[in-house]
Design a protein around this ligand. Structure first.
Ligand code: SAM
Ligand code: SF4
Length: 463
């Protein structure tokens, strides 16, 4: 398979050239169409990218907010990255882990160290982690990753355990993807970084990842191996964000056509300063805060049922803004240096990039609750096998929402009781009471039943 069958650069360039001047009426028509929740075409997306006057932008953001609330309500799913290794044989010029960065303190955590990091995250209240690693596993195989996954799942601590592990690790063979699936991962995430072939070539100068097609076709191999939840992303700041957005749409469309199911999530990482990286410290195509918000909002309209993930790369202010524009999952309390949760002394010498939001999970939870969002620690879908097609079917029919809110309330309550400060607990219980008021009779009694089970000591109550 070549790049051209998945990403058609000529088509993207052609669309971008055509879209210089657009009438406001057309943009309003597209916004109205988006509210039908059926997604948008490439041309529609390109037209929305031209919205630049204040009125149209406000309408775009308002539409994204409406769609987000229709599908996800006030929920925000919470996770933390768990960096197990910063050893890497690739040379991605924007990343501190690149092989050419001789100043980085390298470290691959032992299984005991991984268990320690996991215990720390459990004790903060986390239930969902994203396992992250550079591409240099011992003897070039994925045994290390498989062992790490097993260690995380096996680590039980006082009040709980990690129930879902997603991964953000290198592209691999179908056989390796089968092993990864057998290890019970949730979503396999891999960011294309840039879909623009020439830019990709300039940015990746050594190692397996320098092969654009090998990287691009990873999701085809993952899905062929039976992993039906995959997460796409582009690293914003490398090429024109408009190009990346259209290419992401093409990638999603390709998966949808070939496997009958599009991506489960799309991440929106924006370049952050990284040790010794000129590219990261001075991005070739910087994305302004406004364009970043446009990117998130348009994505929400274009793929309404695909989760959008926002990390702690972004500042507190941008995170607050973006929640309303369609973000459905966020990381919180993150460290990007292996071992950084238990011991943060190497943060500046072994991290992947600098964080925009350095707050603890407790602080983030307090903040989002004050903004009216309901944190969710739910992992029910994954545990009940509601993945891929099954999940999307339920999401599109609206059925999943009826289970998500009760599950969010119950898991959030568990968090509040076991981990929160008195102040956050009071704020959280108030938010839960308000949400319960809004629920219908049937759902309210369902939550009451689940609460009873929870009170009687049953762990992990979910629908
Ligand atoms: N090594 C695997 C890979 O490259 O796909 C996965 C892990 S990598 C540590 C995770 C992601 O971090 C990359 O895909 C890239 O998008 C992002 N990243 C790298 N350098 C970054 C930077 N300076 N700022 C923000 N994100 C960065
Ligand atoms: Fe290695 Fe991933 Fe960083 Fe590239 S982005 S240098 S592959 S860790």
């Amino acid at each position: 398979m070549t790049n051209d069958t998945i990403i058609n650069e000529q088509q993207i360039e052609g669309i971008l050239k055509k879209q210089n001047i657009l009438e406001a009426a057309l943009i309003k028509e597209i916004l109205a169409k988006a509210l039908e929740l059926k997604g948008l075409s490439l041309e529609d997306v390109a037209a929305l990218m031209c919205a630049d006057n204040q009125d149209l932008l406000s309408e775009l953001f308002q539409t994204a907010k409406v769609i987000k609330e229709k599908i996800y309500g006030k929920r925000l799913v919470i996770f933390a990255p768990l960096y197990v290794s910063n050893q890497c044989s690739n040379n991605c010029l924007y990343c501190a882990f690149r092989t050419g960065n001789k100043n980085l303190l390298r470290r691959a955590l032992s299984q005991e160290e991984i268990a320690r990091e996991t215990r720390y995250l459990i004790d903060q209240g986390h239930r969902r982690v994203l396992l992250v690693a550079g591409e240099n596993y011992t003897q070039g195989n994925i045994e290390y990753i498989l062992e790490s996954i097993a260690t995380i799942y096996a680590t039980q601590h006082e009040t709980g355990k990690i129930c879902r592990i997603n991964t953000n690790i290198a592209s691999m063979t179908v056989e390796n993807f089968r092993q990864l699936k057998a290890a019970s991962i949730g979503t396999y995430q891999l960011f294309q970084e840039t879909y623009h072939r020439a830019t990709y070539k300039r940015m990746h100068t050594a190692g397996k990842k320098s092969d654009y097609d090998w990287h691009l076709t990873a999701m085809d191999r993952a899905m062929a191996a039976g992993i039906d939840d995959v997460g796409l992303g582009a690293l914003l700041g490398l090429a024109d964000w408009r190009f990346e957005l259209l290419a992401l749409m093409q990638h999603a469309e390709h998966l949808s056509k070939k496997f009958g199911i599009g991506p489960h999530t799309i991440s929106v990482p924006r370049l952050e300063p990284a040790s010794g990286s000129e590219i990261a410290n001075s991005p070739p195509n910087p994305v302004s805060d406004l364009d970043f918000c446009k990117f998130v909002a348009i994505l929400r309209l274009a793929v309404p049922y695909t989760g959008i993930i926002l990390s702690t790369r972004e500042s507190i202010a941008i995170r607050r803004k973006a929640f309303a524009l369609g973000i459905s999952q966020i990381s919180a309390g993150s460290r990007t240096n292996p071992g950084g949760y238990v011991d943060d002394t190497d943060e500046f010498t072994s991290s992947q990039f600098s964080l925009g939001d350095h707050r603890s999970l407790e602080e983030v939870i307090g903040d989002i609750v004050a903004l009216g969002y309901m944190p969710s620690f739910c992992t029910a879908c994954y545990r009940l096998g509601r993945t891929g097609d099954t999940f999307m079917g339920l999401a599109k029919s609206g059925e999943i929402k009826d289970r998500c809110l009760p599950n969010a309330i119950i898991t959030f309550r568990e968090y509040l009781r076991n981990y929160a400060t008195q102040e956050t607990r009071e704020l959280g219980e108030k938010l839960i009471a308000e949400e319960l008021e809004r629920l219908g009779e049937e759902q309210r009694s369902l939550v009451a039943k689940m609460s009873e089970q929870q009170e009687s000591g049953v762990k992990e109550v979910y629908l």
